[in-house]
Ligand binder design. Structure first.
Ligand SMILES: Cc1cc2nc3c(=O)[nH]c(=O)nc-3n(C[C@H](O)[C@H](O)[C@H](O)COP(=O)(O)OP(=O)(O)OC[C@H]3O[C@@H](n4cnc5c(N)ncnc54)[C@H](O)[C@@H]3O)c2cc1C
Ligand code: FES
Length: 364
């Protein structure tokens, strides 16, 4: 580190107009005083549409807890795009993300990333993590929703062979099931870890409309701390089932109950932003960037700004991380999750879940 500082001082004497960090980053791609970065060390294809990208983060990265996610920045056509990805590696090991191709950023990560590439990073965050005290666990996952849970399983199962974990993972076909072989090997090695793969292409959707299917797959599911991650419909159904069970047996959730509550912890990768449909938008002015764009009432201000080439701060893109908070100079916005219109001059708004509700001026 001292050598790097000396090198930085020498570089600052020798380099104009490049900043010393820019010169140092030529020698060490993860060096940056301004932006956390990581260098890709390995890329492992998982299925036809997904790949795991291992990276070595630079200074400023914090070790992740199993189940957490990080913001990853990727440059496409000269514009940096940020997306959130769960860290699929076990806690205590170098981080990795497992990405499924769904759109422009994920396709770039899955199809073109190679060792030596540099990723822009933000430190891990999130509270979808293992419980503090050991409990029997039930993991319910679908599609790419396996990724945070895989980190939990990789962290817990080999280190605590007595840990009682049931995983029910749904994928369309066996070929689409990410980590299928590794999960089967872990289940062979650790008898307290049980895996059921549910292939919806053969059996139809796993139905949480009633408890019947879950009763068959995991009869003691009510006694387990449950974690779920997957598409919105899958999670909404699971949430509804847990709520109906709690309503049917309130003694389980009573404070004095000696039986642990049947908790369900959910991680969402996307959220419904339908609250702007049928409403008018307005002229959006990005004051600091000197741009004006006519926007409809259903498109997020984040998308509007990015499409106009404005450098927009962002993270989860679904209203949970607050990375996109931006001061409103004038006008009102609609929260696309609820349809509610709000806005006072100076108020911080989440551009990822807000659309213009009339003319809007933003401090960007
Ligand atoms: C906390 C968190 C963790 C995440 N972890 C992962 C991960 O481990 N692996 C991974 O592949 N992705 C993960 N995502 C999703 C990821 O951030 C991107 O949304 C995804 O890669 C699509 O981005 P894109 O730019 O390629 O496509 P975009 O053009 O931005 O999105 C394409 C469409 O896909 C929708 N979408 C995004 N994710 C899902 C999903 N899982 N199921 C259904 N529709 C979806 C978007 O809402 C959008 O409508 C995570 C998201 C969050 C918020
Ligand atoms: S980007 Fe996370 S809250 Fe907006």
């Amino acid at each position: 580190m001292i050598r790097l500082r000396k090198l930085a001082r020498a570089a600052s004497l020798l380099t104009t107009p490049l900043a010393p960090e820019d010169i140092l980053s030529l020698f060490n791609p993860v060096f940056s005083a301004r932006q956390l970065r990581g260098v890709v060390t390995r890329v492992v294809p998982e299925t036809a549409d997904s790949a795991t990208i291992f990276f070595r983060p630079g200074r400023g990265w914090q070790a992740h807890r199993a189940g957490q996610w990080a913001r990853i920045g990727v440059e496409l056509n000269g514009v940096r795009h940020w997306r959130s990805y769960s860290l699929s590696a076990p806690a205590g090991e170098d981080p990795a993300i497992t990405v499924t191709d769904m759109g422009a950023v994920s396709a770039t990560l899955v199809r073109t990333t190679k060792p030596g590439d540099v990723l822009f990073l933000a430190p891990p965050q999130g509270d979808f993590v293992l419980p503090e005290h050991p409990r029997p666990l039930l993991m319910l996952t679908a599609g790419s929703g396996i990724t945070p849970v895989m980190s939990m399983i990789r962290t817990l199962v080999p280190r605590r062979p007595d840990a009682d974990v049931v995983l029910i993972h749904t994928a369309r076909t066996p070929a689409d099931a990410i980590f299928r072989e590794e999960l089967a090997e872990l289940a062979d090695q650790f008898p307290n870890f049980k895996v059921t793969h549910w292939f919806s292409g053969e059996r139809g959707r796993l139905d949480f409309g009633s408890a019947a299917e879950l009763d068959l797959l995991c009869p003691d599911w009510r006694d387990r701390a449950a974690y779920a991650c997957g598409p919105a419909g899958f999670l909404d159904d699971a949430e509804a089932l847990w709520e109906s069970e709690a309503a049917a047996d309130p003694s389980r959730t009573a404070l004095e109950s000696t039986v642990p509550a049947a908790t369900l912890t959910i991680e969402r990768f996307s959220t419904s932003l339908a609250g702007g449909e049928g409403h008018d938008g307005g002229l959006v002015t990005f004051e600091a960037s000197d741009r004006e764009v006519e926007a409809d009432g259903a498109t997020t201000l984040l998308d509007v700004g990015e499409d106009a080439g404005v450098l927009m701060p962002s993270g989860c893109r679904m209203g949970i991380c607050h990375s996109c908070l931006t001061p409103l100079r004038a006008g009102q916005v609609r929260d696309l999750r609820t349809g509610e219109v709000h806005g006072e001059p100076g108020q911080l708004i989440q551009t990822c879940v807000s659309a213009a509700a009339g003319p809007v001026n933003l401090d960007l």
